[in-house]
Design a protein around this ligand. Structure first.
Ligand SMILES: Nc1ncnc2c1ncn2[C@@H]1O[C@H](COP(=O)(O)OP(=O)(O)OP(=O)(O)O)[C@@H](O)[C@H]1O
Ligand SMILES: [Mg+2]
Ligand SMILES: [Zn+2]
Length: 509
């Protein structure tokens, strides 16, 4: 007799239905799993056997074959423990109810406990799409599964929970999502009111956050670059539910959700150290896990001390920054992770830090300066929409008692500008000005005549690339949004152009 249960497999962010079939026939007692299982899946045999015995259930006698269909797709991980157990409990008659409309995922401990797994959110979404009525997941992942409505999500702690549920003794209640108390990172986010002066830099950061534009902060040591960048999370626009779900999927697969955190609700701010490996940044492993660039999806990737990062790591970022997704190829297949990010980078202009500062004399040779700046390649620089010089704050501002604007005030304006973008792009795949695709820039960035004339002149004088032209227009679009204006005017263009002229000062001398 063959008994079945349903489960879900996962590869990257892609999920697929897995049918678990268990057959017990006469013969020498054995337990085989077929259907391209990896080592963890094969080891399921031992966990299932011990869990059943330790909970007083008879382990079927005979030759057991478990097939995981489709047989030609690799199965990895320990998610199949629970569905295999279910198929066997069904066989031995312990569970008599129909389980065809339910999906089971979870790892078993030897004593019969059900342990948490990665990738629950994408699995629940897919199970709902397949039309299943119920999904049984580890209790630990319950809040994450409960994010999705329209399917009953049951968190199970152990075999006993399952047994009691299906025999009607103590039916489980479908989980209800509980918003995560405390902020997503569990840390305090500093506020912009602590940054004295620095109006130009703060303005640039506000524009960048409003339109998700890539941002470069360059300046001498101690001028406040890191201080400003670390405050960016406090003014990022609120996340929509769809964005939260997208980002949570990545955190779920990477196993980076905090305990009881069902949903990532604050935009991520990832700031890897410059010693990070290429795989750490872009994603790696035999079955690749998301890297920092994907963990920053819908948020910020902050690279402090940019020239210290290995050149190969930086070059790997070029394509994903442009495309909003990163593709990783392995023997086992190709995985794509989204990475719609705002890249923020900070750097000194030279090894001593004072080149072009006018504050202290730079002691580096010209060659040294060029080598240092050369670590940031032209194509990477070209992808940065807003470049600002951060000069040290003067004594008067530093000593002033005047309260600087708070992050909440800035965030308010950023949210308004973002709302205009959401309206504008409601029928398109992009969500913010920085991500307008190349062919659509003119359609969404409408200028008045004065603005057009100005941009034309600037284009000739500065000898801009086509990409720079697009970037200026997109930044001008965000500046106009912050100004509540549907049309891009001359002063919006003038300000946007200002943010593109640092390559000249530093990189082209
Ligand atoms: N505008 C400012 N208002 C208040 N404090 C400031 C300001 N600018 C700098 N500081 C102080 O100086 C410290 C150093 O700033 P920060 O680390 O951001 O400099 P940096 O530009 O990143 O320097 P480096 O190039 O060495 O990394 C800050 O922690 C802060 O205490
Ligand atoms: Mg710094
Ligand atoms: Zn120097």
């Amino acid at each position: 007799m063959v008994c079945c249960s349903n489960s879900m497999g996962i590869f990257g962010l892609q999920t697929f239905k897995v049918k678990v079939e268990a057959d017990v026939s006469d013969g020498f007692p054995s337990f085989d799993i077929v259907g391209l299982p990896d080592t963890a899946v094969k080891e399921s045999r031992n966990r299932v056997r011990s869990a059943m015995k330790n909970n007083g259930f008879d382990f079927p006698d005979g030759k057991i074959t478990v097939n995981l269909a489709p047989a030609d797709v690799r199965k990895e991980g320990s998610v199949y423990d629970l569905p295999i157990l279910m198929a066997l409990l069904k066989y031995s008659g312990v569970i008599r109810k129909d389980i065809c409309d339910s999906v089971f995922v979870g790892e078993l401990s030897l004593s019969g406990g059900i342990c948490g797994i990665h990738g629950i959110l994408p699995m629940v979404i897919q199970a709902k799409e397949y039309g299943f009525k119920n999904i049984f997941i580890p209790f630990e992942n319950q809040n994450e599964g409960a994010v999705i409505e329209g399917i009953n999500v049951f968190g199970v702690r152990n075999i006993d929970d399952i047994f009691r549920h299906f025999n009607g003794k103590t039916p489980l209640q479908p989980a209800v999502y509980e918003p995560f108390s405390g902020n997503d990172k569990g840390i305090f986010i500093p506020d912009f009111c602590q940054v004295k002066g620095q109006f130009a830099a703060k303005r640039a950061v506000e524009i960048a956050a409003a339109g998700m534009h890539n941002l470069l902060l360059i300046g001498s040591p101690g001028s406040g670059k890191s201080m400003i960048a670390k405050r960016i999370p406090s003014i990022l626009p609120d996340m929509t539910f769809e964005e939260s779900v997208e980002t949570t999927k990545i955190y779920s697969v990477a196993g980076k959700l905090a305990e009881k955190q069902g949903l990532v609700t604050a935009r991520p701010f990832r700031s890897p150290h410059h010693t990070i490996s290429m795989a750490g940044l872009s994603g790696g492993g035999t079955i690749p896990k998301p890297g920092e660039v994907s963990l920053a999806h819908n948020g910020v990737l902050f690279l402090d001390e940019l020239p210290e990062f290995s050149k190969s790591s930086l070059e790997v970022l070029r394509q994903p920054i442009e495309d909003g997704k990163i593709t990783l190829s392995r023997v086992s297949g190709t995985i794509a992770y989204p990475c719609n990010i705002m890249l923020v980078v900070a750097m000194n202009p030279c090894p001593c830090g004072y080149f072009g500062s006018g504050q202290k004399k730079c002691i580096c040779t010209k060659k040294k300066v060029m080598n240092y700046l050369g670590k940031v390649s032209g194509p990477l620089l070209d992808r940065i929409d807003i470049q600002v010089e951060v000069s040290p704050v003067d004594f008067k501002s530093l000593n002033s008692q005047q309260q600087s604007e708070t992050s909440a005030e800035i965030k308010n304006r950023v949210n308004n500008a973002r709302l205009m973008q959401t309206q504008r792009f409601k029928d398109t795949p992009f969500t913010c000005n920085a991500k307008i695709s190349a062919g659509m820039v003119n359609q969404y960035c409408v200028m008045d005549n004065n603005a057009k004339n100005m941009l034309e002149k600037v284009f000739d004088v500065l000898g801009l690339s086509a990409r720079a032209y697009d970037k200026i227009l997109k930044v001008a679009r965000t500046i106009a949004d912050l100004d509540n204006s549907d049309i891009i005017r001359q002063h919006h263009i003038a300000e946007a152009v200002q943010y593109r002229n640092l390559d000249k000062k530093y990189w082209q001398n």
